[in-house]
Write a protein that binds this ligand. Structure first.
Ligand code: SAM
Length: 243
């Protein structure tokens, strides 16, 4: 386990380099340290993440997840589609205690870690073990969220059909993408339109981890019209014939 002073030094350096200074408070540092320790402890029993080096965990999981924080409105009810081991759900819940976050995933195993760690940290996080396309057709979840976020789940044209049906009209879908996101965006123009979305912002971001600089893209899509009832389709149709 990395001790708190060593973690704090790394965390301050990485969050400062990534212009995330507003998330460097004693409270944030203590919670991110607990999250790092829990990840390491549980990762020994269950494969939550292949990233194990503390500096990489802070940059590639924590900072990377928090890069989208200022794109989410105050007090929003959000859904993280395909949250896996809790990214961006857990770092976002630590950084923004005004948000109510639902971490959705079709795999139950990792959600146990997400819920118990969120409870340990006192975060406003609930988990939902469901397929996104089933949630999008369920009246309890369809068009109920102010914002959907997703990282590393599917190509954008597929992801849009999983996420936009869950967002209220007037709400947003914030897609966290790697450097190749621009190509995905070009391919997703029809999906955005068909699902009642409108691209309102796209941001090029550099994620800095020591000497390494990785490109990231953030796409912010507003839901301007309700989705047609036929969306989302079942996953076989979505993936075989993306919009
Ligand atoms: N977002 C996390 C991250 O960035 O570390 C996890 C990424 S992991 C590569 C993709 C996750 O999406 C998996 O946990 C998988 O179970 C989930 N997933 C993929 N398609 C899904 C769907 N249709 N509904 C719900 N979860 C889905």
């Amino acid at each position: 386990m990395i001790d708190l002073p060593s973690f704090e030094a790394l965390f301050r350096e990485i969050f400062t380099n990534n212009k995330l200074d507003r998330y460097i408070t004693e409270n944030h540092i203590a919670k991110f340290h607990t999250l790092a320790c829990e990840l390491e402890r549980v990762n020994a029993e269950m494969n939550l993440t292949a990233i194990r080096d503390p500096a990489e965990v802070i940059a590639k999981h924590f900072a990377d997840s928090v890069l989208c924080a200022d794109a989410i409105p105050e007090g929003a009810r959000i859904i993280d589609v395909g949250c896996g081991g809790g990214f961006p759900t857990l770092p976002l819940g630590i950084a923004r205690d005004d948000l109510a976050i639902t971490g959705l995933d079709s795999t139950a195993k990792k959600l146990g870690f997400v819920q118990s760690t969120a409870d340990l940290l006192g975060l406003r996080v609930k988990t939902l073990n469901m397929r996104a396309e089933a949630a999008g057709q369920d009246v309890k979840y369809r068009e109920k969220f102010d914002c959907a976020v997703a990282r590393a789940v599917a190509r954008l044209n597929i992801l849009l059909e999983l996420c936009l049906p869950l967002v209220k009209v007037g709400g947003h879908f914030v897609a966290l993408k790697a450097a190749a996101g621009r190509e995905e965006l070009a391919e997703a123009k029809d999906a955005i339109h068909t699902l009642g979305g409108k691209l309102i912002d796209s941001r090029d971001i550099s994620l800095i981890c020591g000497d390494e600089v990785q490109g990231r893209q953030l796409f912010i899509i507003e839901k301007v019209r309700p989705c047609d009832k036929k969306h989302p389709r079942n996953y076989a149709q979505i993936s075989k014939k993306p919009l």
